[in-house]
Design a protein around this ligand. Structure first.
Ligand code: ASP
Ligand code: MG
Length: 463
């Protein structure tokens, strides 16, 4: 058994869906279960619709809904899906319209309602893809992912209940798969114990695929997307970026967490638990080998495996007037983070101060207000984290020196440094505007030059 997940661009229109059908057909011996995202861009539009309706622009929202509806019907038509299938989509869009009218009437949009609206993207795409598969000769069967994936009630960022999910997934999918059917499910969507729709957070379809893969003890989990695989860095920042053939779970987790867009950060957790390899593949070039992420990957030819970068980071600097870094102070500090549901990306401490880098997307001001009771606070927005990942970090002397040499030669100022607790990354914080330059120079230094011993004379300062 394998789980194959297709992202938004892989199911964006009839042509893409046709390509997906042939990719799935090529794996039919391996008993695939398929997970799909919403058609490319649809989730963004659904969010905008819900917000627009809440802000009083119902007519604008209904116009966008009409466009989404037409996009699905156009794909149905081009795929020559039976009219009955279109007739099944119609009531879905009608009920979404009712939800939008309700939001507009109340002028209120709770996270629970947002999940309800967002779920239509995957509900509709999975219905469409199932119908298309059947037309194209694949024995597909639509399974409502919300009946398999059970979560808590943290709407818009729900956490799975693995026990309930594993049991439901097995009992729903195994009989279908053993009959030779291909189950098709929406990613990202789930339900809580009361059957209310939840979602796993943006980009969560990867995570769904991995959760289902682990529940089925799949032989592999394939994440089909629109890039060749995991890259040595973001090719938009650095065109010389290369595809990575294989990397380890720990390396890939760090990369996903620190901004490599290709995988949702939680994706690997279920796969690691069951030691299931995860492949990242390109649905436009299915013949490519992609990237294999597994427990034990062969050693990298380069000092680092990859460089990730994350923009939109804020640093909170705190000086305590209390008795230095007493544990009670650190405890109070992190309890405040917990109360505000914020997590720290990087932390560095000295005798009497602590700096914490965190995602600016979180609601930071109330946290800062609370922290002022503990000491003097300074907030620095518009920063970026650059993170170099590789197993060799812990083995080779002088790696950090050559990283910071390169950065200083590029004339870039560093605000915070952390050699990852995981011992496989070196991370630091720079001005957001300096980030592309930092990444380009590091990539040139560590990936585009013949790899001599780290920090040897020949390499120093060449950036
Ligand atoms: N459709 C959802 C999103 O755009 C989930 C996903 O595609 O992974 O965030
Ligand atoms: Mg994605």
């Amino acid at each position: 058994m394998i789980v194959m997940k297709f992202g938004g661009t892989s199911v964006e229109d009839s042509k893409a869906i046709t390509r997906v059908a042939s990719i799935v057909a090529s794996r039919s011996q391996q008993q695939p279960a398929v997970v799909v995202s919403a058609m490319g861009g649809v989730t963004d539009v659904l969010i905008a619709m819900a917000r627009g309706a809440a802000a009083g622009d119902l007519s604008g929202s209904l116009k966008s809904l009409q466009a989404v509806r037409e996009r699905h019907f156009k794909a149905c038509e081009e795929l020559r899906v039976a009219p009955q299938v279109c007739a099944q989509l119609q009531p879905l869009f009608d009920s979404l319209e009712m939800v939008l009218r309700g939001i507009a009437a109340l002028g209120e949009l709770s996270p629970r309602t947002m999940d309800n609206v967002m779920s239509y993207g995957e509900i509709c795409s999975s219905a469409l893809v199932t119908a298309a598969f059947n037309v194209l000769g694949l024995p597909a069967e639509l399974v409502d992912a919300r009946e398999c994936l059970i979560t808590d009630s943290a709407f818009t960022r729900a956490a799975p209940n693995f026990e309930a999910t594993n049991q439901r997934t097995q009992s729903k999918l195994v009989p279908l798969i053993s009959k030779g059917r291909v189950p098709v499910m929406g990613g990202f969507i789930a339900s809580n114990a009361d059957g209310i729709t939840t979602t796993l957070g943006r980009g969560g379809s990867d995570y769904s695929a991995s959760i289902f893969g682990a529940a089925l003890s799949a032989d592999s989990i394939e994440i089909w997307t629109d890039v060749q695989g995991v890259m040595t860095t973001d090719p938009r920042i650095c065109p010389a970026a290369q595809k990575i053939d294989e990397l380890g779970f720990a390396e890939a987790s760090e990369l996903a967490y620190f901004g490599a867009k290709v995988l949702h950060p939680a994706t690997l957790i279920p796969a690691v638990r069951k030691n299931i390899p995860v492949y990242v593949l390109d649905s436009r070039h299915p013949e490519g080998k992609g990237t294999c992420i597994r427990g034990r990957a062969p050693r990298s030819q380069t000092t680092f495996r990859a460089i990730a970068a994350k923009k939109n980071v804020t640093i909170i600097n705190m000086k305590t007037t209390r008795k230095l870094m007493a544990f009670s102070f650190l405890k109070a500090l992190f309890e405040a983070f917990e109360r505000h549901s914020l997590s720290a990306d990087l932390v560095s401490t000295s005798e009497a101060s602590i700096s914490i880098a965190l995602d600016s997307a979180g609601v930071i001001p109330p946290l800062v207000e609370e922290l002022r009771q503990l000491g003097d606070i300074e907030v620095e927005p518009a920063k970026a984290i650059v993170c170099l990942v590789g197993e060799d970090v812990k083995r080779i002397i002088g790696v950090a020196a050559s990283v910071f040499d390169t950065i200083s030669a590029a004339g870039i100022n560093i605000h915070m440094i952390s050699q990852g607790a995981s011992e496989i990354n070196i991370s630091f914080v720079v001005e957001e505007s300096d980030m592309p330059k930092a990444v380009q120079h590091l990539h040139a230094r560590f990936f585009e030059q013949p790899q001599a011993a780290p920090a040897s004379k020949a390499n120093a300062g060449r950036g």
